[in-house]
Design a protein around this ligand. Structure first.
Ligand code: DOR
Length: 309
């Protein structure tokens, strides 16, 4: 699958399955468990969100499991973009798997600056704009909630790098399609839908929210129907590839997103219960294709959509 067809570089993946940003941090733990062979079975690796300066993240606790899914308020804990370029990228360059760096600017200009810094760095194949983090008070989701600001952030990044720019949308808006169209018009190579859904939990013994910040991002199977609906709507509107993300746990879930119109999928929460989840999904997709006479997964992308005339 090419996630950036027509782009000067393209973004060629051996299969459409990759971790969602944040789930593998920088990918090295996964490499420790499953070796370089494991890494090199994945379609791509997506990094944890990187910010201009290193961040310690929010106060603990910042993850809560609820019966409906996982809540997180990590707050973009990360090593900062300089360490990413100097220390992580040289290690990524060893892998024969494209690494997509998720970047989270506080301002529109910061998205542009970070895109410029990543341009031409060996070991980095693409950029994912995180305009959808629900857990920081600056930038983040504020940009992703405005069509105009999302467009400006996309433009700032696209004009400063030859790398394909994927824009990751928040589900916490009424009209994700307008956001996607605006980012496409500014040169986004692909759209990723979606980041986490705002939610919360209350500890009735303490009579307080479980997370100190009260709100957090909900992920896992509970948000799959929400993500699937957004992917279906966005894929029906844009011409660029859409990456589906939200509650994908099995190959069958991944197939739903592909049939809704996603060209690729990201898997996050499922990897916490099952570190092999990505590899199991890749195996499951292969088995499904073999059993159903499908030779290229691309052939089923969007097949659940009504035919257009
Ligand atoms: O749910 C999320 N949590 N989405 C993000 O984009 C970032 C992450 C965090 O670090 O809080």
């Amino acid at each position: 699958v090419d996630l950036a067809p027509g782009h000067k570089r393209g973004l060629l993946l051996r299969n459409p399955v990759m971790p969602a940003s944040g789930t593998f941090s920088w990918g090295f733990e996964f490499e420790q468990h499953f070796g370089r062979e494991g890494i090199e079975r994945l379609g791509a690796v997506v990094s944890k969100g990187v910010t201009m300066e290193p961040r310690a993240g929010n106060r603990q606790p910042r993850v809560a499991e609820t019966p409906a899914g996982m809540l997180n308020s990590i707050g973009l804990q990360n090593v900062g973009i300089r360490a990413c370029i100097e220390e992580l990228a040289p290690q990524w360059a060893r892998w024969d798997t494209p690494v997509i760096v998720n970047i989270a600017g506080d301002t529109v200009d910061e998205f542009g600056e970070m895109a410029r810094m990543l341009d031409g760095v060996p070991g980095i194949a693409g950029i994912e704009l995180n305009i959808s983090c629900p857990n920081v008070d600056t930038g983040g989701m504020e940009i992703g909630q405005s069509v105009e600001a999302s467009a400006r952030a996309t433009r700032a990044a696209v004009r400063n790098t030859d790398l394909p720019v994927i824009v990751k949308l928040t589900p916490n808006v009424t009209d994700p399609v307008q956001l996607a169209l605006a980012c496409e018009a500014e040169g986004a190579a692909a759209i990723c839908a979606v980041n986490t859904v705002l939610g919360m939990a209350i500890d009735i013994e303490r009579r307080r929210p479980v997370l100190p910040r009260a709100r957090g991002g909900l992920s896992g199977p509970a948000i799959k129907p929400i993500a699937l609906r957004i992917v279906y709507d966005v894929a029906g509107a844009v011409r660029i590839p859409v990456i589906g993300c939200g509650g994908i746990t099995t190959a069958r879930d991944a197939l739903e997103f592909l049939m809704a119109g996603a060209s690729a999928v990201q898997v996050g929460t499922a990897t916490f219960a099952n570190p092999r989840a990505l590899l199991d999904i890749i195996d499951g997709l292969e088995a499904w294709c073999a059993a159903n006479g499908v030779t290229r997964l691309g052939d089923i992308v969007g097949c659940a959509r009504p035919a257009t005339v």
